[in-house]
Design a protein around this ligand. Structure first.
Ligand code: NAP
Length: 251
């Protein structure tokens, strides 16, 4: 019987891991998505969608589905899912490995300011009207209606529906990866003065950080949430190697 591996997804890493494991005869990978995007990227393995119902729900799922190991390949800001995975796996004795991206580090020329969540970003934007690029998920941009004096450019995977209740907002619906050249053009074209973003790490969305550096723009970065201390690696190959050591639940 192939060992059943649960990949907690929502990231490019989860997709690449699924593709890497799809051909392994001894493994049966399943990707779990929160269901945040309307048209998630195609996966080469079975996918389940939606929350498990907290820690207890995930524990029940691990048992019912006879999961041999869990790979936490969630987005660095999806900290609740990571906490639930750590608690459920510990309670059920299921091996857990996190596949984590390092945060971006500032280099010479970067003008970054780290803030606590969206409230911190709103405070940092201030009371003077500015042209702001919101590179956050569509669920988080709604809060910027509280500062309607700024002009916003919103980029999201799915459309922001209904549009923000602010007088000035433009929208770009697009899925990464994005290039520095493309983002430079976007920021110039919209005469952006400041960016609000997450420190997602990885190359797919780093283009805007390079573009901001080239233009000397300020970047307001939401601080990364704390994630549980569990064994972690940074590459798909390291996960594949680790999985060779995991036994079936009844082995
Ligand atoms: P979260 O706060 O960590 O999770 C909230 C709940 O969503 C979890 O408790 C779980 O519900 C469910 N959930 C999350 N990831 C799941 C998965 N892979 N499979 C099944 N259920 C999952 O995460 P979030 O609310 O989705 O997002 C938090 C932050 O992460 C936001 O800033 C968001 O933009 C960013 N982010 C998330 C994703 C993603 O795929 N989730 C992707 C990109 C960015 P139950 O408790 O019911 O199990």
């Amino acid at each position: 019987m192939p060992r059943r591996i649960l990949i907690l997804g929502g990231t490019g890493e989860a997709r690449r891991l699924a593709a890497r494991l799809a051909g392994e005869k001894k493994l049966y990978p399943i990707v779990s998505l929160a269901g945040r995007t309307e048209n998630p990227a195609q996966m080469p393995v079975p996918v389940r969608v939606g929350g498990f119902g907290g820690i207890d729900g995930l524990r029940a799922y691990l048992t019912a589905e006879r999961i041999a190991a869990v790979i936490d390949a969630t987005h660095p800001y999806a900290a609740q899912m990571s906490r639930h995975a750590a608690a459920a796996c510990a309670a059920e004795g299921v091996p857990l490995l996190a596949l984590r991206r390092q945060p971006w580090k500032p280099v010479a020329g970067d003008r970054w300011r780290e803030v606590e969540g969206v409230p911190g970003a709103l405070a940092a934007l201030g009371e003077t009207p500015r042209r702001v690029f919101l590179a956050l998920g569509r669920n988080e941009v709604r809060a910027f209606e509280a500062a309607p004096w700024h002009a916003y450019l919103v980029r999201s995977v799915d459309p922001v529906e209904p549009p923000l209740a602010v007088p000035y907002a433009d929208y770009v619906v697009a899925r990464g990866p994005f290039t520095a050249e493309g983002d430079l053009e976007l920021l110039r074209g919209h005469r952006i003065a400041v960016i609000v973003a997450k420190n997602s790490g990885g190359p797919a969305t780093y283009g805007k950080m390079e573009a901001a550096r080239a233009l000397g723009l300020e970047v307001i970065l939401l601080r990364r949430p704390a994630v549980p201390q569990v064994p972690a690696v940074e590459t798909v190959e390291e996960v594949a190697h680790w999985l060779e050591t995991v036994k079936a639940p009844d082995a």
